[in-house]
Design a protein around this ligand. Structure first.
Ligand SMILES: [Zn+2]
Length: 221
């Protein structure tokens, strides 16, 4: 082989090598298969946002598998976004902005807020909404006389349920009675604090229904 032949051989070899590298890069040819998948991640209470797995299986030529796991979810099912997650100050669980309860300059998960601060059911919260608008009557008689709009009408609770929950809210100090002769029920400062916190929890449509009923009544008793 003369010098010229040697050179053209080398050029041909290099051309082949370039083609092979190109193919490898694009994941084509030379028996190489490239699989790429982007899948939704699991629910997590850890701060994971994305995982990338690249697998090259040399035994089967150039098989390459790329799995990118994105979109991890909080335990409540909301997508975690980088820079937008918080941790509960008490149990350290990962929370999204819509799941957190912020109160007294602290961040709580719902469970810890119930344990550490105030525990209020959704129905009780609805009664608090009524009370904050001046509606605290459960009397069907007063309602039939046009003197009151009852909690039952505003919340859909039965009279018995409404009365029982009203009693607990009074006992726990979320509401208090004001006045001597004609006692009026008012929201206490403890009640206000709990309402602000639970306003971040109970965003369901049925609470909105109560809110819109309250705002549609023009004259409060
Ligand atoms: Zn917590």
């Amino acid at each position: 082989m003369n010098k010229e032949e040697e050179l053209s051989d080398e050029i041909a070899r290099l051309k082949q090598e370039i083609e092979r590298l190109k193919a490898e890069n694009e994941g084509l040819g030379h028996g190489m298969e490239k699989k790429k998948a982007v899948v939704a991640g699991d629910m997590t209470d850890r701060g994971i946002f994305e995982t990338e797995i690249k697998k090259i299986d040399m035994a089967n030529g150039f098989d390459r598998e790329e799995v990118k796991v994105t979109n991890y979810f909080s335990v409540k099912g909301h997508q975690l976004r980088m820079g937008q997650v918080l941790r509960c100050s008490f149990c350290s669980i990962i929370l999204t902005a819509q799941e957190k309860i912020e109160s007294n300059n602290k961040v709580y998960c719902e469970k810890c807020y119930r344990q550490e601060e105030h525990d209020m059911s959704k129905d009780e919260y609805k009664i608090m909404l009524c009370a904050s608008h001046g509606f605290t009557s459960t009397s069907l008689l007063l309602e039939s006389l046009g003197c009151a709009v009852t909690i039952q009408r505003l919340t859909g609770l039965t009279k018995n349920e409404a009365a029982k929950k009203l009693e607990r809210l009074l006992d726990e100090g979320y509401l208090f009675q004001h006045g001597i002769l004609f006692k009026k029920i008012r929201v206490s400062s403890k009640g206000e604090e709990a309402m602000v916190a639970y306003g971040q929890v109970y965003r369901d449509e049925d609470c909105d229904v109560v809110r819109s009923r309250l705002s549609s009544i023009r004259v409060s008793p």
